[in-house]
Write a protein that binds this ligand. Structure first.
Ligand code: HEM
Length: 536
């Protein structure tokens, strides 16, 4: 177990603003209500007509659900099952998984109702498998798994340097170094393919994302962009994927059976590795700080340094949080950038418009920074549209731990587990006309459609005080990488014409490798300039 060795040097994180300031979306509250009971956001909203009970809510039986998952084959495409089931049962239905009852919510209005009544300490789900691992190994819960007042305390410590714009923009140079290395890596991969192909770009982007989040948290480079990636790093990335894949399976079994499942042992092994790597990085940082203190040098640094110096958390608590930040930072940004590139390759006119925007803000060799990004609305719209079509978290959850709540015309008891079907809502034609098409312009200010969009139609980073902690860092990484890639390369589809669709392994990811051609812009310009005289 880690022990804090750094001497207190009197530096403390100043208490940040209340977490409620971050990530809030403002929208109208429930319509059709006549009054409320209780207080604050946890109040029960009472509609004018008599309320139905949870028992009266329709939905598939356990056997029917098993049939959909394993006979009809939706186990890996549960995001699509949201759409199929909402067609059959409407926007609100109940699914049973043995003793577990889940209320599915698949309309923007109803999702808004659930989220606006989430209470002071929102609970996503009790995540028994993730929490059990921590109990087994005596590790601390982090922001993903902790609950109640303890969760609120963790967020109040972690939030400021993850979400405040001035802190996030201070990570620009660090992230840009990783972006530069990624551009070089793409160039090496093209060379090794003997042309312009880069196979399995998502696998490459996992390395980018891990390197990026490590550089933000630890100011440490992990060597992910090197020709040969260190084995431990490769194993960390693999373990993140395994942990998410196995999570999806383990929750289907009762907790009492877990110790006998081979999946459980693999799941524990994956977590062991995640904690091991994080522990080594935390230990390394503590030693660096210790040495500087001994040499009487000033101790400055990024995220982890501040946590260690702040002394608001024990080292075990810091380890629990850092491990969760690391794992949350890998598959999320990488899958999103993969889908962006995949769609840009398929739609050259959209890619050209993005290229023109980037070049107009950053002409010549200018490297885009966070200030430049503010002037790139189309770049942001592309990421927004990507996250609508491919929300990394296709279905989120909330447990109403504080009060009974009304959703639609039903009253739900305390401790109801709601599954928020964000994927299904993202494809709702009433909110997003031509919903299956990749149309970034729908997100531009002034676009007619934007003014009509329901604010809960696409909430890829979640909502409220429990919304994504890494949102600002994720956006910074995605904007800086995509804009720079555009400057260097024109991305074209795999000549084999392979179509890639998404699957769900807790997170939404590509069902098979995304292969793309990266055609160098400079080479293109040169080709054009050498061709012109001949054509003349
Ligand atoms: C495209 C990138 C990402 C997307 C779409 C995304 C999405 C989400 C969503 C939907 C949630 C649940 C929010 C809720 O329940 O309301 C979440 C939670 C979280 N995310 Fe992200 N995420 C991304 C990247 C990141 C990154 C890079 C990090 C780490 C730096 C991160 C760290 C977290 C953490 C710690 C939580 C748990 C927050 C809590 O429960 O208090 N995420 N994310």
């Amino acid at each position: 177990m880690l022990r804090r060795t750094a001497v207190s040097v009197g530096l403390r994180l100043t208490a940040g603003p209340s977490p409620g300031r971050y990530g809030d979306r403002h929208a109208s509250t429930t319509t059709g209500t006549t009054g409320t009971t209780g207080t604050g956001s946890s109040a029960v909203m009472r509609p004018s007509s008599p309320l139905k009970t949870m028992e009266q809510l329709g939905g598939p039986s356990f056997l029917t659900t098993l049939n959909w998952l394993f006979v009809k084959g939706y186990f890996e495409t549960t995001q699509q099952l949201q759409i199929e089931h909402s067609r059959i049962y409407g926007p609100l239905w109940k699914s049973t998984y043995g003793p577990l009852v889940v209320v599915n919510v698949a309309s923007a209005e109803l999702i808004e109702q659930v989220l606006r009544q989430e209470g002071r300490f929102p609970v996503r789900s009790d995540m028994p498998h993730w929490r059990s691992y921590r109990e087994l190994r005596n590790q601390a819960q982090g922001p993903l798994t902790e609950m109640g007042v303890k969760w609120q305390r963790i967020r109040s410590i972690l939030n400021p340097r993850m979400l405040k714009p001035k802190h996030v923009s201070s990570y620009t140079n660090t992230v840009n170094e990783v972006v530069s290395d990624f551009v070089l890596r793409v160039s090496r991969l093209r060379e090794s393919s003997g042309g312009v192909m880069v196979n399995d770009i998502t696998a490459e982007l996992y390395k980018f994302a891990f390197e990026g989040i490590c550089s933000v948290l630890f100011e440490t480079r992990m060597g992910c962009m090197k020709e040969v990636v260190p084995e431990e790093t490769q194993k960390f990335i693999f373990s993140v994927g395994e942990m998410f894949r196995l999570s999806h399976i383990i929750v289907l079994f009762p907790k009492s059976t877990w110790p006998y499942l081979p999946f459980w042992r693999q799941f524990v092994a994956a977590w062991d590795h995640l904690f091991k790597v994080a522990e080594e990085l935390v230990q390394q940082k503590m030693e660096e700080i210790q040495e500087k203190v001994h040499l009487d040098q000033s101790v400055e640094g990024a995220y982890l340094t501040h946590l260690l110096l702040g002394e608001q958390m024990t080292v075990t608590e810091i380890l629990g949080s850092i491990t969760e930040l690391l794992l949350a930072g890998v598959d999320t940004t990488s899958n999103t950038i993969s889908w962006s590139l995949y769609n840009l390759a398929k739609q050259p006119e959209i890619q050209e418009q993005l290229y023109q925007e980037v070049m107009s803000v950053c002409p010549g060799d200018k490297v885009p920074n966070s200030e430049d990004i503010h002037q790139m609305p189309y770049l942001k719209a592309i990421i927004r549209e990507t996250l609508r079509l491919y929300p990394v978290v296709p279905g989120n959850a909330r447990v109403t731990v504080e009060n009974e709540i009304v959703v639609g015309d039903h009253l739900f008891p305390k401790n109801t587990l709601f599954h928020l079907c964000h994927y299904a809502v993202s494809y709702d034609e009433n909110i997003f006309p031509d919903a299956h098409s990749f149309l970034p312009q729908r997100w531009l200010r002034g676009a007619e459609e934007k003014s009509r969009q329901h604010p809960f139609g696409s909430v890829p980073f979640g909502f409220g005080i429990r919304a994504c902690l890494g949102r600002r860092v994720a956006e910074l990484e995605m904007y800086l990488l995509l804009s720079r890639l555009m400057k260097h390369y024109q991305v074209k589809p795999d000549p084999a014409g392979t179509e890639v669709t998404p699957i769900t392994r807790t997170l939404l990811c590509p069902a098979k490798p995304i292969n793309l051609q990266f055609v160098e812009r400079a080479a293109q310009r040169q080709q054009i300039s050498t061709r012109v005289p001949a054509e003349l």
